[in-house]
Design a binder for this molecule. Structure first.
Ligand code: ZN
Length: 126
């Protein structure tokens, strides 16, 4: 059984803490949390963004756009995001030939898990 499946099963034993959606600023039950890398233009960096199901798709599209329009800043900052969140330790399969390719793989993981993969990762870090 993969790490994600194990962690998601473990989650059911204890309630997720409520969280604040980074887009609509509404409090939601923790099990609705979606998490993804998201580019903040003001800070010039990728952050872990927490969204409710209603706001998730828009953020995902924005991150897709940022990854399509890759540059040296994106490369440097996504590398940093991977390190801060230990992404490659928990999800080694997302490793690509380049940081941009790795970013695309991370986004695929986020999409396929409906935002749960990195939400679980955020919880491991807590
Ligand atoms: Zn929201």
């Amino acid at each position: 059984m993969g790490l994600l499946a194990r962690l998601m099963r473990a989650k059911k034993k204890d309630a997720w803490l409520p969280f604040l959606c980074s887009s609509c600023y509404e409090f939601r039950p923790g099990e609705q949390m979606r998490a993804l890398p998201w580019w903040n233009t003001d800070a010039g960096a990728f952050f872990m963004k927490y969204n409710c199901p209603s706001c998730f798709d828009k953020s995902l599209a924005e991150t897709e756009q940022r990854i399509e329009h890759w540059d040296a800043d994106a490369d440097k900052e996504f590398r940093s995001f991977l390190e801060i969140w230990n992404v490659l330790k928990y999800f080694p399969d997302v490793q690509g030939a380049s940081i941009q390719e790795t970013a695309k793989n991370v986004l695929r993981l986020v999409t396929e898990s409906k935002g749960k993969a990195l939400a679980v990762l955020a919880r491991v870090r807590a």
